[in-house]
Design a protein around this ligand. Sequence first.
Ligand code: 13P
Ligand code: MG
Ligand code: MG
Length: 383
Amino acid sequence: MLMRLTLSVIKADVGSVGGHTQPSSLMMATVIGEAAQAVDKGLLIDSFVCHTGDDIAIIMTHTKGEGSAAVHQFAWNTFLAATSVAKTSGLYGAGQDLLVDAPSGNIRGAGPAVAELSFNHSLSDSRPAESFMVFAADKCGPGAYNLPLYLAFADPMYCAGLMLPPMIKGFRFHVIDMDHTAGDSIIELDAPADGYHIAALLRDNERFGIDRIVSRTYDEVVVAVSAQRLHAIAGKYTGKDDPVAIVRNQGIFPAPEEIVSPFAKAHFVGGDARGSHVMPLMPVPLNTPVTGMYCLPIVSCAGFSIDKDGRFSESHTDFFDNPAWDEVRRRAQSKAIEMRSQGWSGAAMLPYSELEYGGFRDTVSGLLKRFRLREERKPEAAE
Ligand code: 13P
Ligand code: MG
Ligand code: MG
C-alpha cells in the first residue's frame, strides 16, 4: 500500500525544575497523555515523547502533510497544557518558547522548533525498510548541525557510503538565511560540485543553516532541520534556539554510524550559559538534564523504524547512550574547561550581535554614551 507519510518533530521549552535543567515528570506525563489521545483520535498514526535538557520533543507520524494546522495546533495546545502544569508547580521559564498568543494553523516561527519531512511510504525495492533518527539539542545555537550534517552528506572521509552508486551523485543542500525573518530565504546547492560554496555559508552557524537535504539520485528528502532564530523572531532574549533534525538512514542514505560519527568532534557552537558562550556540543542520552558545571550545549539522538502502517517500532534506539560516547563526553568536558578558563575574553563568548541576553548589549551601550574625545587629541575644527 502506498501512503504519503509525514514525520513531524516539534520541540519546546515550556518550563523546568530547579532552574533550566529538565521538565518535571508531571509535564512529561501530560505531553505523553495528550499525544496518546491524538493517536486514539486518529490525528496521529504514532508518537514518541522525550526530553533533552529542558526541551520536550514530540515525534510524530501522520498523513496530514507538512505544516498541517491540525497537527501543529495539537502540539501547541499540548505545550500549553504542559505550561499550565509548570505554572502550577512554580517551575522556571513556564511557557518560555510559546512566543505568540494563539497562533492560527502552522506554528513555525511561533517559538517551538519544527522539523518535518514527507515521503511515499511503500516499502518498495529502493526502500524496503524505513528507519530514521531524530537529533534534539538544548543550550545550543541554530546552526549546530551545519558541520556534522555537511560531513555526513558531503565528505567521504566521514561517510564512505557516498562513494556507492546510490549516493555517488551526491545530495542537494537547501541552506536558509536565518537573518531573513519575513519568510524563508533559501539557496539550493549541490554537493559535491558546490561543496566549497556550501561550506562558505555553513561556516556561519548563527546566520546560515541547513534547512533540508535531498538525494540527487532519488529526489527523496533525507534531512529536515528546524533552522530559525528565536531571538530574531521575538526581538528579545528567549533562550537558545535549540534545533531539532530528522535524518532518514540506511540503504540509499548514509548509515547511522556515518551520520553520528562527526559528533565525535564535540565541535564548538554558540550556546551554553545565557546563550552567550562558545562551547563544545556534548552528545548525551535521551532525557538527560542539564546539571553539569557550565551549561554545556547538548544533543541527543533517537532512532526508530516504521512499519507498513506508519507506526514506530515498539522500541527505539538511544544512539548516544553507549560507552563509545563516554570518551567523546570526556573530551567535550575537557574542551569546555579549557574554553571557560578564558572566561569572557574574545572567542570564548559570542560576538555582541549574537549575545542572547540583550542586557549585555545594554551594559555596553550605556558605556558608549560616556566615551569622550581627549581634549589634547581633538581634531582641529574645520576652517
Ligand atoms: P534554554 O532556554 O535552552 O534552556 O537555555 C537558556 C540559557 O540561556 C541557558 O543559560
Ligand atoms: Mg530553558
Ligand atoms: Mg532549552
